[in-house]
Design a protein around this ligand. Structure first.
Ligand SMILES: NC(=O)c1ccc[n+]([C@@H]2O[C@H](COP(=O)([O-])OP(=O)(O)OC[C@H]3O[C@@H](n4cnc5c(N)ncnc54)[C@H](OP(=O)(O)O)[C@@H]3O)[C@@H](O)[C@H]2O)c1
Length: 317
C-alpha cells in the first residue's frame, strides 16, 4: 500500500514516516523544500515537491496512492496563513482526494474542537472535520491535545535558562502525548477495520495542569522557575484590543486560546482509548519523558561546563 503524507518534516509527520517504513509501507512525502526534507529520503521515503497553497502541484502526486495522511499545519503563527493552509487549501485537498478515489484519508484535529467556535484554529479544524463527514471519503480523524515535544520548548528550556514563563488562570488540564505514540496509533489504525469512518480521541490517562508541569520541571532540573501570572481577564481585554486592528489579527488569534483554557473539565473516563492494539500503559507518560530529557540534558551541560573549565585551565598554564 502506498501512503501520501503531508507534513512529513513536522513533529508528528517525521514519526509517521519512520513507522510507515518500518511497517513496510511505501511512503511518498509532499514537501515544500526538497533540500530541507532530504533526511526523509535518507530514511527511505520518496520526497516530492508540493505546496498546499499551490493546489495545482497536488493532483499528479495522488497517482497510485491508497492512503492520504495529512499531518500538515500552518503552525497557527498567523491567522492569514492559518486560513490559507488549514482551511482553504485543505478544502481543495479534500475535493482532490474525492476525485482521485483515494481509499482512506487520515486527519488530525484537536480535542474539544467542537466547543470553541471563537477560537479560529479550532473553528477551522471543526470545519474540516464536518467537510470530511459529509464527503464520500473513508476517513479516520484523530483528536488529541498536544505533544510532549512542544513542552520542552515551552517550559523545560526556559526553566533551565532562567527565562520568564507566563502562566494563565487555568481550569482545564491537558492530556499530552508523545508524537511517536500518535504515529504508532495512526499506523495501527490502518490495520484495523474498527478505525474506518471513526473519530478517535486519544489521551494520556493523567491530566496535567500547567503548574504540575512547572513543578515537575523544577524537581527534575533542581532549578526554580521564574514565573509571572497574567489573568484570563487581562488576556481577553488584550484580545479585544488586538481584534480591532488588522495588523494584530494573529496576536488576537493566539490570545483567543484563553477561551480554550477556560473550558469545562474534560471527563477522561469518557474518552475513547485502546481502540487499537496500543495499550495506554505502552504510551510514554509526561513524567517519564521529562525524566529522560532532564537526565540527558543535565549530563550534557555538566560535560560542557567541564570542557570549558579545562579550556580555561589550559589558557592559564
Ligand atoms: N502540535 C500539537 O501539539 C498538536 C495538537 C493537536 C493536533 N495537532 C495536529 O497534528 C498535526 C501535526 O502537527 P505538528 O505539530 O506535527 O505540525 P508541525 O510540526 O508544525 O509541522 C507542520 C508540517 O506542515 C507542513 N506544511 C506547512 N505548510 C504547508 C504547505 N503549504 N504545504 C505542504 N506542507 C505544509 C510543514 O512543512 P515545512 O517543513 O515545509 O514547514 C511541516 O512539515 C496537525 O494537523 C496539527 O493541527 C497538533
Amino acid at each position: 500500500m502506498r501512503i501520501l503524507l503531508f507534513g512529513g518534516t513536522g513533529t508528528l509527520g517525521r514519526h509517521i514516516v519512520l513507522k510507515s517504513l518500518r511497517s513496510g509501507y511505501k511512503i511518498r512525502c509532499v514537501v515544500r523544500n526538497l533540500s530541507k526534507a532530504k533526511f526523509l529520503q535518507n530514511w527511505g521515503a520518496e520526497i516530492v515537491y508540493g505546496d498546499l497553497t499551490k493546489i495545482e502541484t497536488i493532483p499528479s502526486l495522488l497517482k497510485d496512492v491508497d492512503i492520504v495522511i495529512d499531518a500538515s499545519t500552518s503552525r497557527s503563527e498567523s491567522s492569514l496563513k492559518l486560513k490559507e493552509i488549514d482551511w482553504e487549501a485543505k478544502r481543495k485537498l479534500l475535493k482532490l482526494i474525492e476525485i482521485a478515489e483515494i481509499r482512506h484519508f487520515i486527519f488530525f484535529s484537536l480535542l474539544t474542537s467542537e466547543n470553541y467556535k471563537s477560537v479560529f484554529f479550532l473553528k477551522v479544524k471543526r470545519g474540516i472535520e464536518k467537510l470530511i463527514y459529509s464527503s464520500k471519503i473513508d476517513y479516520t480523524i484523530f483528536k488529541f491535545d498536544g505533544f510532549l515535544q512542544n513542552l520542552i520548548r515551552q517550559y523545560a528550556i526556559p526553566i533551565l535558562e532562567k527565562e520568564r514563563i507566563w502562566i494563565t488562570d487555568e481550569s482545564r488540564p491537558f492530556f499530552y502525548l508523545d508524537s511517536a505514540d500518535v504515529a504508532t496509533i495512526c499506523l495501527e489504525s490502518l490495520r484495523s477495520k474498527n478505525a474506518k469512518n471513526k473519530t478517535v480521541t486519544i489521551t494520556d490517562t493523567k491530566p496535567w495542569f500547567l503548574t504540575d508541569i512547572i513543578n515537575l520541571c523544577e524537581n527534575l532540573s533542581g532549578q526554580t522557575a521564574v514565573t509571572s501570572k497574567i489573568s484570563n481577564g487581562v488576556l481577553k481585554l488584550l484580545q479585544q484590543i488586538a481584534n480591532k486592528f488588522e495588523w494584530s489579527w494573529s496576536v488576537s488569534n493566539s490570545l483567543s486560546f484563553v477561551k480554550f483554557l477556560e473550558c469545562e473539565k474534560i471527563n477522561s473516563q469518557k474518552l475513547d482509548r485502546g481502540m487499537f492494539k496500543v495499550k495506554m500503559q505502552e504510551l510514554v507518560p509526561l513524567n517519564t519523558y521529562f525524566k529522560d530529557y532532564f537526565k540527558n540534558i543535565l549530563v550534557t551541560l555538566k560535560d560542557i561546563t567541564y570542557q570549558q573549565q579545562q579550556k580555561q585551565k589550559d589558557i592559564l598554564f
